[in-house]
Design a protein around this ligand. Structure first.
Ligand SMILES: Nc1ncnc2c1ncn2[C@@H]1O[C@H](COP(=O)(O)OP(=O)(O)OP(=O)(O)O)[C@@H](O)[C@H]1O
Length: 269
């Protein structure tokens, strides 16, 4: 397991006019792991993701990618680094087929014509690589797919571009039980293939089903970065709702301020 996080944000601050939304946020994501980003409504998860995706500039803070400081000034720059964000709306075009959606705006050409065969093969490879078995044909329009299948297509699209970091915004929010299970399996496989996955979720069952680490935000501050195996369901709920957690064992099981403005992180390794 890599020790240097692929993505490492520290001391992030962001205001909109007079309203400070992010105060002191840290988020680390490691290759081969799922890091759940949790927090109540308005905690700042989307704002943080927009900052890391280059949609909005951070007012302050450090942005390290593979251990090096970087400046991410636009979504294009984030994509060039290898950061793919799968937004809740998925940005899929209903009337286009799966291959067309997966290559939308980044089509492969063979001279002047589109290289349909190569794109189709890569789309199939990306889906089978994530063991997405419920999709019968990559030439069917997205309009005919279920919510879970759409999520799988959007996640496979990130695989296709060899992303190093994939951020998933509530991928199971609109799904039933069986489809949630399928999508979580895809999320896990994405990490197992070496990606650093950041999963925004309100659903603790999902978090504990797939996450290796949990980063909890409370009112625009990171209140914990912990290994999922070191906390209980109710402790995470407590972090989300109060920004604190009982049962600190003094061993640093929960990250806290260490007087430097940085978060110390528990159980790294
Ligand atoms: N463009 C903006 N201008 C002003 N305030 C904003 C803007 N975007 C977000 N906010 C405020 O920032 C705070 C954090 O919002 P954000 O959407 O990041 O939270 P969240 O954790 O993603 O919440 P949710 O789970 O409800 O999506 C909220 O109080 C929100 O009103």
């Amino acid at each position: 397991m890599s020790v240097t996080p692929v993505l490492d944000l520290r001391g992030v601050g962001k205001s909109f006019g007079p309203v400070q939304v992010l105060h002191d946020v840290a988020l680390s994501a490691y290759a081969g792991e799922v890091t759940a980003l949790v927090g109540d409504n308005g905690a700042g998860k989307s704002t943080l993701v927009k900052c890391l995706g280059g949609v909005w500039p951070m007012d302050r803070g450090e942005y390290l990618f593979e251990g090096r400081p970087v400046r991410v000034g636009s979504p294009r720059e984030a994509a060039e680094l290898g950061i793919e964000i799968v937004h809740q709306d998925l940005a899929l075009c209903e009337n286009l087929d799966i291959v067309q959606n997966m290559f939308l705006g980044r089509e492969w050409r063979n001279g002047l014509v589109l290289d349909e065969a190569a794109m189709e093969e890569l789309a199939i490879r990306a889906l089978t690589g994530l063991s997405v078995r419920t999709i019968k044909s990559v030439r069917q329009p997205v309009s005919g797919l279920s919510g879970g299948q759409r999520q799988s297509v959007a996640i496979a699209r990130a695989m296709l571009w060899d992303a190093k970091v994939v951020v998933l915004d509530e991928p199971t929010a609109a799904l039933g039980v069986a489809q949630t299970q399928q999508v979580l399996e895809v999320v896990r496989r994405l990490a197992d293939k070496g990606r650093a996955v950041v999963l925004i979720s309100h659903n603790m069952n999902d978090v504990f089903a797939v996450a290796d680490r949990i980063c909890a935000l409370y009112l625009g501050r990171t209140v914990a970065q912990v290994k999922a195996s070191e906390v209980t369901y109710s402790q995470v709920v407590e972090l989300i709702t109060s920004g604190r957690m009982d049962g600190l064992d003094g061993s640093g099981a929960v990250a806290g301020r260490n007087g430097t403005g940085r978060l110390r992180e528990a159980g790294r390794g």
